[in-house]
Design a protein around this ligand. Structure first.
Ligand SMILES: Nc1ncnc2c1ncn2[C@@H]1O[C@H](COP(=O)(O)OP(=O)(O)OP(=O)(O)O)[C@@H](O)[C@H]1O
Length: 306
């Protein structure tokens, strides 16, 4: 994985606190298309403490994925590039680090989980093979020991029928099972940070809740910090300690989850929260004529599913 130079470095004045894991300072990402250049990320400042779950929330196109991709060196090349800023991981600037150092940090300490779990797995290889190969490679284990470890990690992520899943090809598993497998792949190296980009978006509501509960348990058991990227405030309230709200490439509000949900300070945050109908809160008050009585059952059904 590599990150595109040249980069105008931002000077970070304060040294990181003892528990600061990740800091983005004045991060800018530009995307050049044949027709124009888009400033996808426009000066993002963000910090994440060890063991913390921070939700990065915003509508589609607000720049969440470009921010995450910058951290793990997966910006779509050659169109996208970091034009300014720095990314500190445990005080080290990933953008200034040598390729080997950066790759070592990304391999050992930062795991990236994306939404589309089918494309993240090799369709021609069994789950057991993929997981055991990864464990063997990372830990220098022999085949049978790596296999035993693979079964153990599948158990860790709540897969009971581990032997059956080991023998399965990815397309034979449900979306929730595949996401559990990806989480097992992410955590077996005991990273310090998981970046999860819309990890539950493609799943049904019950499975979403199970996967979110699993992520919470992983944080509690292993102290792994999670940067959770989502457009869904329902997901955020379930899982995160803190929220950062992103709009048009900028962070417009950051705060503890309970405070942000109860008393949003930025109008955009309030709009996003209001857009989530829930049964335990009054339904958002629609402008007259916008939501008719006929629409109401559908909204209530959606809200009941959360
Ligand atoms: N490969 C690409 N080529 C051109 N523009 C892109 C590309 N990927 C993203 N963009 C643009 O960059 C901006 C930020 O996109 P980004 O994917 O980071 O948003 P997002 O908040 O993650 O939204 P979503 O949840 O839909 O992925 C948007 O204007 C988007 O259209």
């Amino acid at each position: 994985m590599s990150i595109i130079a040249p980069i105008a470095h931002h000077t970070v004045q304060a040294s990181p606190g003892p528990s600061e894991l990740l800091r983005l300072a004045d991060l800018h990402v530009a995307i050049t298309t044949p027709r124009r250049t888009i400033q996808a990320v426009r000066g993002v400042d963000l910090d994440l403490q060890a063991g913390e779950i921070l939700a990065l929330v915003g509508e589609s196109g607000s720049g969440k994925t470009m921010t995450a991709a910058s951290i793990v060196g997966l910006l779509p090349r050659p169109a996208a590039r970091i034009t300014q800023g720095c990314i500190l991981f445990q005080g080290r600037d990933l953008l200034a680090a040598g390729t080997r150092d950066r790759q070592r940090i990304l391999r050992q300490d930062i795991a990236f989980i994306v939404q589309s779990s089918l494309t993240s797995l090799n369709p021609t290889s069994t789950i057991g093979r993929q997981l055991a190969d990864m464990i063997a490679f990372r830990n220098g284990l022999g085949r049978s020991q790596a296999r035993r470890e693979a079964v153990r990690w599948l158990g860790e992520v709540g897969i009971d029928a581990a032997e059956r899943v080991m023998a399965s090809y990815p397309h034979r598993l449900s979306g929730g099972m595949r996401q559990r497998v990806l989480i097992a792949m992410a955590i077996n190296s005991r990273p310090k940070l998981i970046i999860a980009d819309e990890p539950t978006t493609a799943l049904d509501t019950a499975t979403q809740k199970q996967i979110l509960a699993l992520l919470a348990r992983i944080r509690d058991s292993y102290g792994i910090a999670i940067l959770l990227i989502t457009h869904d405030f329902g997901v955020v309230s379930f899982l995160s300690d803190r929220i950062a709200v992103m709009q048009h490439g900028r962070i417009v509000e950051t705060g503890p989850t309970a405070r942000v949900l109860a008393a949003p300070r930025h109008p955009y945050t309030a709009t996003l929260i209001d857009a989530v109908p829930r049964l335990d809160h009054p339904l958002p008050r629609p402008a007259p004529g916008v939501i008719s009585e006929q629409d109401r059952p559908a909204i209530l059904a959606r809200s009941a599913g959360r």
